[in-house]
Design a protein around this ligand. Structure first.
Ligand code: AMP
Length: 187
């Protein structure tokens, strides 16, 4: 089963994907984590993306798509992919479709965690204290939200026509969101 978790920053994608990883014995594909890892290891890619990441801007489709490929073709992860934060643009959505087709896979479920701006700001403020992420200040949060609205909205319109697309109220408590998702998955 391959699943996409979709929604603005702070919607709870990371939390729910960790739950799904455990429940389904899956692999979380968080492009945010993959990119932060490049920065931590101070790779050439890391050096290129650090300012965009800290400014709350997207990293180029080319870089993200290249980093993603290895995970999709990893045979131990086949049909166990939980996408968290990817795709975020139409180019990425089309790239994902192509790579999944080439590796004989599909998207089984798309969950859109829908949350308004106020809730996100509150959550990010909390996460900033807990996780100390360098892109978690209020200004960056708002920029990330605007970037999301501009760039990711077309992906939402694109996916919302699919029969495997489900919208979940991301303002609910974590457990409530989880049980909604469980209900759709029938597990
Ligand atoms: P996240 O951890 O998913 O909130 O992502 C943190 C940051 O990583 C974003 O604000 C972007 O700068 C970058 N990022 C993560 N995923 C993507 C993606 N799919 N495309 C472009 N940039 C991304």
């Amino acid at each position: 089963m391959n699943i996409i978790l979709f929604g603005p920053p702070g919607a709870g994608k990371g939390t729910q994907s960790k739950y799904l990883v455990e429940k389904l014995n899956g692999f979380q594909i968080s492009t945010g984590d993959i990119l932060r890892d490049e920065i931590k290891k101070d790779t050439d890619i890391g050096k290129k993306i650090i300012s965009n990441m800290n400014d709350g801007k997207f990293v180029s489709d080319e870089i993200v798509n290249n980093l993603l490929k290895i995970h999709i073709f990893d045979t131990k992860k086949k049909n166990k992919l939980i996408f968290d934060g990817y795709p975020r643009s139409l180019t990425q959505a089309k790239n994902l479709e192509k790579l999944l087709k080439e590796s004989d896979q599909n998207i089984d479920y798309i969950f859109f965690l829908n949350v308004n701006k106020e809730t996100i700001v509150k959550r990010i403020e909390k996460r900033k204290i807990l996780e100390k992420r360098s892109d978690d200040d209020l200004e960056t949060t708002l920029k990330r939200y605007e970037t999301y609205i501009e760039t990711t909205k077309p992906v939402l319109d694109y996916y919302s026509k699919n029969s495997n697309f489900h919208e979940v109220d991301g303002a609910m408590e974590i457990d409530q969101i989880t049980s909604k998702i469980e209900g759709f998955l029938n597990v």
